[in-house]
Structure formats: structure tokens, C-alpha cells
Design a binder for this molecule. Structure first.
Ligand code: SAM
Length: 200
């Protein structure tokens, strides 16, 4: 079932925020959101990137101060908190679970980062993602099938030079610029893609 109306992510309001850095005010709510479609499109589990993987992802992204990062399916907000806190970036999350949206925004506030980071509730498959045009870096830790569904949207909106960092799951059809891995026994993979992507 689809949201009615579609959650507004992107567009003028979001652009104004990102420019002014006041991320906490004026982002349109996601309307009826999960009441209707709770988890119909939840295509990735609530397993979060361990700290060492977050560090590897943001290092591989070469994230710089004041750049804008989007975490698509932002979970408990840990990537956003690291990006805004340690890297001084502006960080925006999109998350389907209202519980995780509330949890992440509370953690962001607790860290005093609410001027630089914010999570919006929304379904990645049923939201206006045109705000991605502002992204310097996009992080994803989603199932392969969701990556595949998102790929045309990323190709449509991301500017040349934007980096996409994917934890563990490749984006089929794109050739990564680099692939790194952690050295522990679980060996997490991290893929770096640069826009426009080289197709394979
Ligand atoms: C594997 S977790 C990754 C969380 C975070 N990005 C990280 O790396 O720690 C995937 C997240 O995507 C969310 N998710 C799954 N399907 C989604 C969808 N269609 N739209 C928005 N979020 C979704 C899940 O609720 C979950 O929090």
C-alpha cells in the first residue's frame, strides 16, 4: 500500500534547510506513513553497521566538513551522528520505521547535533527523493533487491562526483571504484561508487 500523500522528501523546503544548516525545522512530515503501509516495503532488516564499518564507510567516502550526507534506511542514526559529529558534515536520514526515526532523532539531540543532522520518516520506494540532488555522499546498508530498485533514482538525482557507499551489498549494474573490507573474522565489505557510475 502506498502513502497518501507521498512523503515529501526533497524539494524547496529541504533545499532551504540544507543551505541554511537548520535541519530540524520545516521538513514536511511523512503524513500517514506507517499506519497504512507499515513495513510493506521494508526490504532490509534492522541490523546496524558496527562502528568500525561506519568509520570505514565514511573514510572511504572521503567525507569533508559541510558536505551533505544522506543515509538511506538510517536505522538508529549512527552513521548520521558520526558524519555530523566527527566529520562536521550535514546529515539527513530517511527511515521507514517510526520507532527508529524517533530513536535516531533523540540520539541526535542528545549529542547536540540537531542543527546538523535529522531523520525523516519515509519509504524509500514511495518518496520524493529529488533532495538527493544535494547529496555529496549517500550511504546504504540495504538488501541487494532494494539497491536494485533504488539505482535508477540514484542515477537520476545524484550529481557528478557524488559518492555512494554501500555496506556489504553491491549495487548490481555498477562497477565500484574501490572495495574495502574490515579485517575482523566477519569481514564486512564496503563498496565505493562514484557518479556517474561505470556500468557493468
Ligand atoms: C540494515 S539497516 C541499516 C541502518 C543504517 N544505515 C546502518 O548502516 O547502521 C537498514 C534500515 O533500512 C530501513 N528500511 C528498510 N526498508 C526501507 C524502506 N523501504 N524505506 C526506508 N527505510 C527502509 C530499515 O528499517 C533499517 O533501519
Amino acid at each position: 500500500m502506498r502513502f497518501q500523500p507521498r512523503p515529501k522528501f526533497g524539494g524547496a523546503a529541504t533545499v532551504v534547510f540544507l543551505v541554511t544548516g537548520i535541519l530540524a525545522a520545516g521538513i514536511p512530515a511523512s503524513a500517514q506513513s506507517a499506519q497504512n503501509s507499515r513495513y510493506a516495503n521494508k526490504l532490509a532488516p534492522s541490523v546496524f553497521s558496527p562502528t568500525r564499518v561506519v568509520d570505514l564507510m565514511l573514510d572511504l567516502a572521503n567525507l569533508k566538513p559541510n558536505e551533505t550526507l544522506f543515509d538511506l534506511g538510517s536505522g538508529d542514526g549512527r552513521i548520521l551522528i558520526a558524519a555530523a559529529g566527527r566529520y562536521k558534515a550535514k546529515a539527513v536520514g530517511i527511515e521507514i520505521s517510526p520507532r527508529l526515526v524517533a530513536k535516531a532523532n533523540a540520539a541526535i539531540r542528545k549529542q547536540g547535533l540537531d542543527g546538523r543532522a535529522h531523520v525523516m520518516e519515509g519509504d524509500l520506494l514511495d518518496s520524493d527523493l529529488s533532495g538527493l540532488a544535494n547529496a555529496d555522499v549517500v550511504t546504504i546498508y540495504l538488501a541487494t533487491s532494494l539497491n536494485e530498485k533504488l539505482r535508477p533514482t540514484l542515477e537520476k538525482y545524484l550529481k557528478p562526483g557524488a559518492r555512494v557507499i554501500s555496506h556489504d551489498y553491491a549495487v548490481r549494474g555498477w562497477k565500484p571504484t574501490r572495495v574495502e573490507h574490515t579485517d575482523d573474522k566477519h569481514m564486512h565489505l564496503v563498496y565505493l561508487y562514484e557518479m556517474p557510475p561505470v556500468k557493468n
